[in-house]
Ligand binder design. Structure first.
Ligand code: UDP
Length: 481
């Protein structure tokens, strides 16, 4: 093998198999490839096949010079995939069955000549077992932790919260008696926040909570990696990044990561193209985009409350109702969506409501017609909204979504937050505040959103902090340490 091949960096990337992890990992893979790093992107076989079935999916998965897709089995049976606790099963199954196949992929791809050996493994959160894969291959591992830096800092402190007795909660009443408002002022780099905003996982009553332990362990296992990669930028989270850099010697901020549509992107769901034409026909800044990501589940009662709140705004809105969004409705059971919408809603909102099962969210957010985003505050959705300069209404419910929405509202001044119990009056009032032309608050949020959009562009442009962060990461990958 020539000297050039021996020195070439080759990253094998393996995300936890859900949209919130696949999307940023793929975006990072594209950036690494654009800087001359060989890329092997590994999906699970189940997702690989799902992607192949999508229109255009085959093309996107074909790969190109220096960029290949591979797949490993996830070890789940079909009945387990449909189970309510399918994510937990998937997590456990991957740990059990994916290590050896990943090692095998790494060895096989470089065995035919022409491809340099894998020189590092990049994993997303929740697949810390792949740290052992890197160890077995004798190469460094880097973790792309897919939340905000503040989300990561808070998750790191779940262990202390447990040890100091803040969680698990003593009984059900602690969920509503104000206990979750307890101020937490000792997370380095994070301002004083409510206990309830630190993470959804503190809300457990179960002393053996599996989710709490998994989050703790996964975050703390990042210390075993050679580097931590974050989808954020220095200006956005400077205090918490300074604090994290005291704890982790190598933190690479490379965000906000944006999709490279030219290379096809990968979406597990079919994107509705008609919603773009509908947006084209709407006035600038008039449309509220409503979507809760790939995992949120809401009750039929919450759906109805939201529906009437949206109807009452009298404004146009594009609403993503993903198969599986509504509790009790099986994924793919489309009639349930129609049936779950309250009687009279469709007639009431005719002409100003577009319902899609899934859309090209980044394109939607960048469309000139979109003026606001009602979101669950998942980190990808939040960064995509920041990149597009669109202010938000947050309805968080899981993991880091609470802390993200706390920052969106109070630190960055680009959004409002709904109470946990959805009420139609509040939905309508918040939409009016965000999107109404006259109000000072709305104007200020739009101004701030434009400012953060410019800051995000500056960070990722040549000479910006995230551009430099990527340079440093690539250099490290080349050194293979
Ligand atoms: N997304 C999309 N189309 C939709 C809804 C969501 O492409 O109709 C994408 C969105 O752009 C984001 C991801 O799905 O990249 C959701 O990630 P996020 O971290 O916001 O939430 P999660 O799904 O992990 O809860």
């Amino acid at each position: 093998m020539g000297e050039r091949m021996r020195r070439a960096a080759h990253a094998m990337l393996f995300p936890f198999p859900c949209s919130g992890h696949i999307n940023p990992t793929l975006k990072l893979a594209e950036l690494l490839h654009s800087r001359g790093v060989h890329v092997t992107f590994v999906n699970t076989e189940h997702n690989h096949e799902r992607l192949l079935r999508r229109r255009g999916g085959g093309g996107a998965l074909r790969g190109r010079e220096g960029f290949r897709f591979e797949a490993v089995p996830d070890g789940l049976r079909d009945d387990e995939r449909a189970a309510p606790d399918s994510t937990v099963r998937l997590y456990l199954s991957l740990r059990r069955s994916c290590g050896a196949p990943l090692v095998e992929v790494a060895r096989r791809v470089a065995s035919g000549g022409g491809v340099p050996p894998v020189t590092c493994v990049v994993l997303s959160g929740l697949v810390s077992f792949a740290l052992d894969v890197a160890e077995e291959l004798g190469v460094p591992a880097f973790v792309l932790w897919g939340t905000s830096a503040c989300g990561f800092a808070c998750t790191l402190r779940l262990r202390q919260l447990r040890q100091r007795g803040y969680t698990p909660l003593k009984d059900e009443s602690y969920l509503t008696n104000g206990y979750l408002d307890t101020p937490i002022d000792w997370i380095a780099g994070v301002p004083t926040v409510r206990l309830g905003d630190v993470s959804s996982f503190v809300r457990t009553l179960d002393p053996t909570s599996f989710a709490l332990r998994v989050e703790e362990d996964e975050a703390n296992s990042c210390a075993r990696a050679q580097g931590l990669i974050l989808n954020t930028f220095d200006d956005l989270e400077s205090d918490v990044l300074d604090a994290l850099r005291d704890e982790f010697p190598r933190v690479y901020t490379v965000g906000p990561l944006a999709a490279d549509r030219a290379n096809g992107g990968l979406s597990l769901w079919e994107e509705d193209a008609a919603c773009m034409a509908w947006l084209d026909a709407q006035p600038a800044g008039s449309v509220l985009y409503v979507s809760f990501g790939s995992l949120t589940v809401m009750s039929p009662e919450e759906l109805a409350e939201l529906a009437w709140g949206l109807a009452d705004t009298r404004r146009p809105f594009l609403w993503v109702i993903r198969p599986g969004l509504i509790a009790g409705a099986g994924a793919g059971d489309h009639d349930v969506v129609t049936n779950a919408l309250p009687d009279g809603f469709v007639a009431e909102t005719k002409g100003r409501c577009f319902i899609a099962e899934w859309c090209a969210q980044e394109e939607v957010l960048r469309h000139r017609a979109v003026g606001g985003f009602l979101t669950h505050s998942g980190w990808n959705s939040t960064t995509e909204s920041i990149c597009a300069g669109v202010p938000m209404i947050c309805w968080p419910g899981f993991a880091d979504q609470y802390i993200n929405s706390r920052y969106v509202r109070d630190e960055w001044g680009i959004g409002l937050r709904l109470d946990e119990e959805l009420r139609r009056e509040q939905v309508a009032a918040h939409v009016e505040k965000l999107m109404g032309g006259g109000g000072d608050r709305g104007k200020e949020m739009r101004r701030n959103a434009a400012r953060w959009k410019a800051a995000a562009e500056a960070a990722t442009a040549k000479g910006g902090s995230s551009y430099g962060g990527l340079d440093k990461l690539v250099e490290q990958l080349r050194l293979g340490q």
